[in-house]
Write a protein that binds this ligand. Structure first.
Ligand code: ADP
Ligand code: MG
Length: 703
């Protein structure tokens, strides 16, 4: 027999997870679905909580004294093995109950979950779990209702050796990665990982632990660590990892901007005649802010560089008109300009606005929609290809293969496709490099916008058109909802229209029993307003059905629009003068402010009524101010950037450790460093690291 096998070679952090013992292709694929592909991905998924073993209580020693019904219950942590797992249905409310006994050797504790049938699939008898929840006395003795839990061991392979260290790290669930398995993988990864090269510039790295020691500190904290500090992500170890992410981000942004400034942009010729012509389009005087923004755009379009500008402005600040003027600059000097919007209803609406502005020149405008009939579409494409269509308005159909422009010089991206990076790349692949203007629907606090979108120039519309009346905003207790329905009734009687917004409710939501869903709201409205045509729209409708219902409301055939948040993206119905939002606590402040911007577009004073039985302190911000930037700042502080930006499609990086709000000073420092590094030149090795990090953070490639 040979001696012990040689130790496995050290692993680079970029190694695929299959190099770890016990990770086969199927397991790796399941992890990949959760975005965990490499050793680095695994290690950068940090614990969200650290349980102090000193604070785990023994079941036999729990306090069994009864607590009167309206007194707060203490939340306790226990750990044991699950027995007797079963699913039943309550007789009265037909709720699904999952019940189990948890045994830690000192006695069993009954655990109960309501309406979470999926737990029957997640939990198995024999699992060792850590449960946190409130204690109460039930018919069968002591019980814990609706506990949060973590599976720390499965089946017989649930030894006690988790307790060698004082702090047990808990992680967010990731597919098949349960606590115990994850800890074993993390352990192996930490033991075998090769210390990566130092990529942070000295000024950023000073005083911080290396990458690998930082990861070890966070996954396996020493017994004298402070779990509060770890959970707040405020340690030098966190700063090391956050700095790497932010530096990679900042460097990418810096290089992207530098690359763009080097490219030659089409110069749009200006002349006094052009200026006169644009003026003739204007139905009203521009606000000061609109004038400034337009001037900045003109400077870009005539500079010989490629414009990439973010136009920010509160809802109702008049971004469309600025976009139109920019497009007219190009279109009236022989080029083509395209406006990309997220939905067909919006595309039609913008097209109608453009037709009004263009008057007798309206035939220069062309709409392009995915759902057009074949003949109509063929005609549209021909007009775009020939250059006859100068103003093109459409949805993502604009960027399909079959669309050929004759002289595309400017693209304006409205609302949801917020930063349009992908579309831009697609065009570049076709050899097109037009000027680019993106309009953000959600105001982003200025300091953050500068840090985040450093590759964009920025204009801000910080002024509303004159004569806008503030929208009467109220917060109502559910018991006072009648006040809202009376307001709706008054507006309907005066010939106007109303929005009612219901939150989209996830069926797996455990609080669902207490929420009024959209069907219940529809029934309520039908009862309260029996002869009123109501259009109901929600996320599960097919595209054309959604469009036709929205259209009915825009045309005034439907008098009430009942919706989940889909209307958020911006229909303009000036005749709608009241909006009621049910369960307002389910929405972000910025979202509510956007919704509020849907009314108050006509001359009549409009009303915005929020119904909510909780969270009133937060919601009061909307009653107190109508300034979208201030609301955004508050929202960002309260919810954090992930929720605020709505992740994924927003074009905002998916940082693992960095937090754009908490770490904004660090981001500023990373930007300064990145500028210096970019000026000196990167070198191949740093460039390779950057590409890797950008892929991991799902950032747009440097180009
Ligand atoms: P948003 O910035 O939310 O996209 P819009 O472009 O839809 O705002 O403009 C909101 C409303 O204000 C529209 O009805 C538009 O016609 C009107 N508007 C825009 N600019 C002015 C202006 N300078 N004076 C008066 N009304 C304006
Ligand atoms: Mg708009």
């Amino acid at each position: 027999m040979a001696g012990s096998p040689p130790p496995p070679p050290p692993l680079p952090l970029s190694a695929k997870l299959t190099v770890l013992r016990g990770v086969g292709p199927t397991f790796a694929a399941a992890l990949a679905e959760n975005g965990i592909e490499t050793v680095r991905d695994l290690l950068l998924n940090l614990p969200y909580r650290y349980v102090d073993r000193g604070s785990v209580l023994r079941i036999g020693e729990l306090d069994r004294r009864p607590v009167p019904p309206d007194f707060e219950r203490e939340i306790v942590t226990v750990m044991g093995v699950l027995k007797d797992l079963r699913q039943t249905t309550t007789r009265i409310q037909r709720m699904t109950l999952i019940e189990a006994l948890l045994d830690d050797g000192t006695g069993p504790l009954r655990l109960i979950w309501f309406n979470q049938a999926y737990l029957a699939r997640v939990l198995k008898p024999g699992d060792r779990i850590l449960a946190f929840g409130p204690l109460s006395m039930g018919r069968h003795g002591l019980e814990m209702r609706g506990p949060a839990f973590e599976v720390v061991g499965r089946g017989t392979d649930a030894p006690e050796d988790l307790w060698v260290r004082r702090f047990l790290p808990l992680y967010r669930k990731m597919g098949p990665l349960t606590g115990r398995v994850r800890q074993r993988l993390v352990q192996e990864a930490l033991d075998r990982a090769q210390p990566p090269e130092e990529w942070l510039p000295m000024d950023l790295a000073r005083g911080l632990p290396g990458t690998l020691p930082a990861l070890r500190l966070l996954h396996q904290p020493g017994d004298d660590s402070d779990p509060g500090e770890l959970e707040a992500r405020a340690t030098p170890a966190h700063r090391r990892l956050a700095s790497e992410e932010l530096f990679a981000f900042a460097l990418g942004v810096t290089l992207r901007r530098a690359g763009r400034l080097k490219r030659r942009g089409l110069v749009v010729p200006t002349s006094p005649e052009l200026r006169e012509r644009l003026k003739a389009f204007l139905p009203f005087h521009l606000t000061g802010a609109q004038r400034t923004a337009f001037k900045e755009i003109v400077e870009d379009l005539t500079s010989g560089r490629v414009m990439n500008r973010l136009l920010q402005g509160d809802v109702g600040s008049g971004k469309t008109l600025v976009a139109f003027l920019a497009m007219a600059m190009v279109a009236e000097t022989g080029g083509q300009a395209a406006l990309l919007v997220p939905t067909e209803v919006l595309a039609r609406q913008h097209a109608a606005t453009f037709e009004r502005l263009l008057k007798e020149d309206a035939p220069r405008m062309q709409l392009l929609l995915g759902t057009m009939k074949a003949a109509e579409k063929r005609d549209a494409l021909a007009r775009i290809a020939s250059g006859e269509a100068r103003y093109v308005v459409g949805t993502h159909a604009l960027f399909q293969e079959s669309v050929a422009f004759s002289r595309l010089e400017l693209v304006v991206v409205d609302e949801q496709h917020r930063f349009g990076v992908k579309q831009r790349e697609a065009l570049k692949a076709k050899g097109l490099d037009p000027h680019w203007l993106v309009m953000s629907a959600t105001p982003i606090p200025r300091s953050l916008a500068l840090a985040l979108f450093g590759d964009l120039e920025q204009s801000v519309l910080d002024e509303l058109p004159p004569g806008r009346q503030p929208i009467g905003t109220r917060l109502l207790e559910p018991d006072d909802a009648e006040i809202a329905w009376e307001a709706v009734e008054r507006e309907l009687e005066a010939g106007r229209q109303a929005f009612v917004v219901s939150p989209a409710i996830d069926p797996a939501d455990e609080t669902k029993v207490r929420l009024r869903d959209i069907q219940a709201m529809e029934a309520l409205l039908q009862g309260r307003f029996p002869d009123t045509p109501i259009a109901v729209v929600h996320g599960r409708l097919k595209g054309d059905e959604l469009e036709s219902r929205m259209e009915a409301f825009v045309k005034g055939e439907a008098r009430i629009l009942l919706a989940t948040t889909v209307i958020e993206v911006g229909v303009d119905v000036p005749n709608a003068t009241v909006m009621v939002v049910d369960h307002a606590e389910r929405f972000g402040l910025s979202q509510l402010h956007q919704l509020r911007g849907r009314v108050g577009r006509g001359r009549v004073r409009s009303r915005f009524l929020m119904i909510s039985g909780s969270d009133t302190e937060r919601l009061r911000a909307l009653v107190e101010t109508q300034d979208g930037f201030r609301i955004a700042q508050k929202d960002l502080e309260l919810r954090g950037p992930g929720e605020f930006f709505g992740t994924r499609q927003s074009g905002i990086p998916q940082f693992q450790v960095a937090d754009l709000v908490r770490d904004r000073q660090l981001l500023a420092r990373c930007r300064e460093s990145a500028e210096k590094v970019a000026q000196r030149g990167l070198g191949d090795a740093l460039a390779a690291w950057l590409r890797q990090e950008q892929a991991r953070l799902r950032l747009a490639e440097i180009s």
